[in-house]
Design a protein around this ligand. Structure first.
Ligand SMILES: Cc1cc2nc3c(=O)[nH]c(=O)nc-3n(C[C@H](O)[C@H](O)[C@H](O)COP(=O)(O)O)c2cc1C
Length: 463
């Protein structure tokens, strides 16, 4: 580990300490804005304007109208930054490092108190004390985008973390969506069958490695809090919530504790989703909040919504890591895998050194079968730089014959939020084989290295 990475790791699990040291190490990668901004769209507008210039710094808004404390956002927008969080690896090294760390699961360590227990309000909770902002003009209202719901089934020894967009429904109630129908949904169905509500805790803001663990997709019953321990290389420090005893990060910014009533419904959405579209496809669940915990100097740690680099990276770095590992293990000819941001969660590019005809199709079908979100996979030869959309489009333009090179599969489960998919929740998927194949006889136009060197020298002199 580099010394910078060690200094970051030494900050422990506290977001404030993490940012203080990160800012010292990488001052150009944290942009602080001191002028007051509106809580209505200004934060998203700033992120979008910077992204249009190719800039993705972490953004600290010191003064947001209507919020009692600062707002930090865009932490996951840059893969360089994510690599630094993971011990100083390069963007290309993130998948292997994430896999290695997340495999070393560590049980959480319980503490009696932590920063988040500095304020505990039980009973008459007023959720207006929790900061929220409106991200898009098309959103129904202000939203909590960084809401990680922790659920525990003590009898079965199961714990789960997952993100759920959330908005205030009333003074003590939150409307939220479980449209991914993952493990929290499954736990809710189980308690519904027994006629009981599901106690949960919602963590709003904690150390970024806890956030990354929260986005992991694991087999049912595998607790993401153990993955957080693996990512930290130390047990996740937790405190138990007062009423239901749910283990939450001791250094979190805000935690809400309450129950999801499986019978109750609350309208929420539309909300700007990862597809770049505003979606009202929601399960409209209701969370009744009974306890509010927060630290003295709590920040709002926001996740940029829509098809922002942050939202896409956070949602897919754990999934990409798993897919890349699986694919390379099964198909040693695969040299690179890339999920382009232009494709939100629906496109992947694979480069391979094909050793026999048909291998590209097999690889594409593997990925299309394993990754629940993918709709299109493009396979290219190993010399194509798949981190560049234009290179992949060039390979498609010049190597692919549609009647020969397209594999299509219909009627598979897909993302509930894909606006092009029907309401029944199925999608079709395709593999585009843009490898050159055995009969390809194109000869790539080439410039000698010596000529390129002469041009570089000539142009340097001309400046
Ligand atoms: C930033 C972010 C926001 C998300 N928002 C939602 C959401 O509003 N509703 C939902 O059902 N899933 C959402 N997800 C996806 C779930 O968190 C994801 O499916 C989760 O990994 C499911 O985990 P589980 O199977 O352990 O429940 C979001 C993911 C991320 C990273």
């Amino acid at each position: 580990m580099t010394s910078a990475a060690q200094q970051l790791a030494d900050t422990g699990q506290d977001l404030h300490r993490f940012l203080a040291v990160y800012r010292e190490l990488y001052p150009d990668d944290v942009l602080s804005l001191r002028e007051p901004v509106s809580r209505d769209q200004d934060v998203t507008a700033a992120v979008w304007s910077l992204a249009a210039r190719g800039q993705h710094p972490a953004l600290m808004f010191e003064r947001v109208e209507g919020l009692s404390g600062p707002l930090l956002t865009n932490l996951f927008a840059s893969r360089e930054r994510v690599g630094r969080m993971l011990g100083g690896v390069s963007p290309a090294g993130i998948h292997a490092e994430y896999q290695a760390r997340s495999r070393r699961m560590v049980e959480p360590r319980e503490r009696q108190s932590g920063a988040v227990t500095q304020h505990v309000v039980s009973g008459d909770v007023d959720l207006n004390a929790v900061p929220t902002i409106r991200h898009f003009a098309t959103d129904r209202g202000p939203y909590i985008t960084n809401a990680i719901i922790v659920a525990e089934d003590r009898e079965a020894g199961i714990g789960n973390l997952s993100y759920h967009r959330s908005m205030l429904h009333s003074r003590s109630e939150i409307a939220t969506s479980l449209h991914s129908r993952g493990h929290l949904w499954r736990m809710l169905q189980a308690v519904q069958a027994k006629g009981r509500p599901l106690p949960v805790a919602m963590v709003i803001g904690a150390h970024p490695l806890f956030m990354l663990a929260g986005a992991a997709r694991l087999p049912y019953g595998v607790d993401e809090r153990r993955v957080a321990g693996g990512l930290f290389g130390a047990p996740l420090e937790v405190v138990r919530t007062p009423k239901y005893g749910i283990a939450v990060p001791a250094h979190a910014e805000y935690v809400l504790e309450g129950v999801i009533d499986p019978e109750a419904r609350a309208e929420e959405g539309p909300f700007g989703e990862f597809t770049g579209y505003s979606s009202d496809r929601s399960t409209n669940n209701l969370l009744r909040v009974e306890t509010l915990l927060h630290r003295d100097d709590a920040w709002l740690l926001d996740v940029v919504g829509g098809n922002s680099a942050e939202h896409l990276n956070l949602g897919r770095i754990p999934r990409e890591s798993e897919m890349v590992e699986k694919l390379k293990e099964r198909f040693p000819g695969v040299t690179a895998v890339h999920y382009p941001s232009s494709g939100t969660h629906f496109h992947a590019y694979v480069a391979l050194k094909q050793s026999r005809p048909g291998e590209a199709r097999q690889v594409m079908l593997g990925l299309l079968g394993w990754d629940p979100y993918l709709k299109t996979v493009v396979a290219v030869d190993e010399d194509v730089d798949i981190t560049r959309d234009e290179e992949v489009l060039w390979a498609l333009a010049t190597h692919l014959q549609p009647h020969l090179d397209v594999v299509m599969v219909e009627g598979l489960p897909g993302s509930a939020l894909d606006p092009s998919a029907s309401g029944v929740g199925t999608t079709s998927r395709m593999g585009l084989d843009a490898t050159r194949g055995p009969n390809f006889d194109g000869i790539r136009a080439r410039i000698d290295d010596a000529a390129m060197a002469r041009a570089a020298a000539l142009l340097a002199r001309a400046r």
